[in-house]
Ligand binder design. Structure first.
Ligand code: ADP
Length: 614
């Protein structure tokens, strides 16, 4: 239960629906019990079981008092009064009251359900939003550790699991105890002795509960994480379909999937088996108790001792009718306890996401970054994703309007430097200064607003070309988007597509060529019109011809901006104002292209010779 309370804290407030639910439920329960209690007068009336003395007692209108006795007397007064006119009228009266209480009972039950549904749908909506919101705030490092499929399953099947708990178990736990209390009160009112006898059912039900809930949590955990792994396999397969086919790896993937699927089946099987067993078990136990009551209560009545212990045949029948109803909430509670255990596993998995600390966040007094004016400066920056340092004591300065290039072997930390600037990660030591202020003093939004990224991994969304360029700006004008596309050399191919700017480009832009996709991402960068530009191997995945048109687009984009560029092909960075050569996480050479090739033994010179650039 503590887990659920922790979860609810993240999705507050939705209590507005719970209070009416509670009230409606109580009223509904009251009328339900009333319905069953009506069996007694009906039977008494039909079998004429009241003595003339008792009937005389009901001959006058009772004095008003707010008690069960008053209503009972009033009821009998009406019945007997009508009977003197016409016996069938009395029957009409009883039938009308039964229909009226049933209508009321169901009306309040329905109202209670409505409140519950509102609370439940709101809970699910808020839960999804909380998880999605959190995922969007988490630092980038989180996503390299967690599997995508696992996150998807937490957002989907774990939330469904909570919804299931919220929809039936919560209802059961809020409502059924009251139903049980109500029924038991009625039972006690009819016969204390018989009711004590029925309490035998409690330890038997408790045994049923224990049997169901045992190990359910662990099984649910296994099932949910298995779904996560299944989703990961599906996601990877969909993404890598070409490679899987080309390498004839379909069997391999099928086996992997089948193994995981089998694990899921086994995890769910034993839980389901046990769950099916429990209600059967408790029903048999319940009927055995009913049989006991029949023998015990029936023999009292058969021996004609009913009147002496205050148990009439009509009351006995009502007792059994009500007792048979006690079994239903008891059973529902057994099932609900099982669901709650399963749901708890889901709640834990959701909480793991919701309670992951946000390592990169705005300071409480963060300020909006003013327009970039002078320079970006890395001061003795060191950083590692884990304990292994990736960057060691990196210092450099990039003045406004200049271009700085990072060169070095793969894995040396170039992209890491680029990722530190928009605070995808925070430095471990040292600082990054923009116009004299540490970037951690700015709000991340204002910092990122002044930067655009163009990377080798082109990220496009399954949406129109227009929306991909104007990403996240629904109020963008057609004119601005077209201008950006023109600067990015993308306009010509865009207008040749089926619906021009309103063509949907498919999943991750599959309907476009590599060069076209890159020019779209450049158009997006142009559209944002940032002061600072980060180009990470933007042309390295392209063939020579598309590289030329993309490079032209990049040149247009870089004009008048401050650029940090990473490139394998040195031809693309010849014009940079400063080039930094990195090795083992450190800067080992720095200077312009011409300065560096002048140095006899420079790494840069060797690299240029290798790539035949003079
Ligand atoms: P480059 O851009 O120079 O090729 P990167 O900056 O991408 O190099 O990577 C530098 C080092 O950091 C590499 O050893 C790489 O394995 C490691 N690395 C990169 N990204 C992550 C990450 N998200 N989590 C852990 N290690 C990472």
């Amino acid at each position: 239960m503590r887990t659920y309370r922790r979860l609810v804290k993240h999705v507050k407030p939705y209590g507005g629906h719970i209070v009416p639910f509670f009230i409606f439920t109580l009223i509904g329960v009251f009328f339900s019990i009333f319905q069953f209690a009506l069996i007694i007068p009906l039977l008494n009336f039909l079998f004429n079981s009241h003595s003339p003395a008792e009937m005389a007692q009901y001959a006058t209108l009772p004095n008003f008092s707010f008690s069960a006795n008053y209503f009972k007397s009033l009821f009998y007064y009406e019945v007997y009064h009508l009977k003197t006119v016409n016996a069938v009228y009395a029957l009409y009266f009883i039938a009308a009251i039964i229909v009226a209480t049933t209508i009321l009972a169901n009306f309040f039950k329905y109202m209670a359900q409505r409140s519950l549904i509102s609370a439940r749908t709101l809970l699910v909506k808020k839960l999804r939003e909380a998880i999605f919101g959190k995922i969007n705030r988490l630092h980038m490092g989180y996503f390299t550790k967690e599997h995508k499929g696992d996150l998807l399953s937490r957002m989907n099947s774990d939330v469904f699991e909570i919804e299931a708990v919220a929809s039936n178990s919560l209802e059961v736990l809020f409502k059924e105890p009251w139903v049980m209390i109500g029924y038991f009160a009625a039972l006690f009112a009819i016969s204390v002795k018989l009711t004590l006898f029925t309490l035998l059912v409690i330890p038997i039900s408790a045994f049923g509960i224990a049997m169901v809930t045992k190990r359910l949590k662990k099984e649910a955990q296994d099932m949910q994480s298995s779904i996560g792994r299944l989703l990961t396999i599906i996601d990877e397969t969909l993404m890598g379909m070409r490679i899987i086919r080309a390498f004839n790896s379909t069997d391999f993937i099928l086996k992997r999937f089948s193994r995981e699927n089998d694990f899921y089946r086994r995890a769910s099987l034993s839980g389901f088996k046990r769950r099916e067993l429990a209600p059967a078990f408790s029903e048999v136990a319940g009927v055995m108790v009913v049989a006991g009551i029949l023998i015990y209560g029936g023999s009292i009545i058969l021996n004609n001792k009913g009147a002496s212990v205050g148990l009439e045949a009509s009351a006995f029948i009502a007792f059994i009718a009500i007792f048979s109803q006690v079994m239903r909430p008891a059973k529902a509670m057994v099932v609900a306890m099982g669901n709650i255990q399963r749901g708890e596993a889901a709640a834990v998995r959701i909480l793991e996401v919701l309670e992951t600390p946000v390592l990169v966040d705005d300071k409480p007094n963060a300020i909006t970054m003013p327009t970039f004016e002078h320079a970006i400066e890395f001061k003795n920056v060191s950083f590692g994703y884990s304990d292994t340092p990736v960057l060691k004591d990196i210092s450099f300065k990039l003045d406004k309007g200049k271009t700085l290039a990072l060169v070095g072997p793969s894995g040396v930390g170039k992209s890491t430097i680029a990722d530190l600037l928009p605070r995808f990660y925070d430095v471990n030591s040292g600082s990054i200064i923009i116009d004299g202020k540490d970037i951690r003093d700015f709000t991340m939004e204002s910092l990122r607003k002044q930067m655009s990224f163009v990377t080798q991994d082109i990220v496009l969304f399954n949406d129109t070309i227009f929306n991909n360029i104007a990403l996240g700006k629904p109020d963008a004008t057609e004119e601005d988007v077209i201008n950006a596309a023109k600067i990015a050399n993308a306009h010509d191919f865009i207008i040749q597509t089926e619906n021009g700017y309103h063509t949907n480009i498919g999943d991750r832009g599959v309907r476009l060529s590599g060069g076209q996709r890159q020019r779209l991402s450049i158009a997006r960068a142009v559209f944002k019109n940032p002061a600072i530009l980060i180009l990470d191997e933007a042309t390295s995945a392209l063939d020579t011809e598309s590289e030329k048109s993309v490079q032209d687009a990049l040149d247009n984009l870089m004009e008048g901006r401050t650029t940090l560029v990473i490139a394998h092909r040195l031809s693309t960075i010849k014009e940079a104002d400063e080039i930094l050569i990195l090795q083992d996480g450190k800067i080992v050479e720095r200077g312009s292209h011409f300065e560096l090739i002048e140095i006899e033994e420079s790494i840069y010179r060797k690299l240029t010779l290798m790539q035949k650039i003079a």
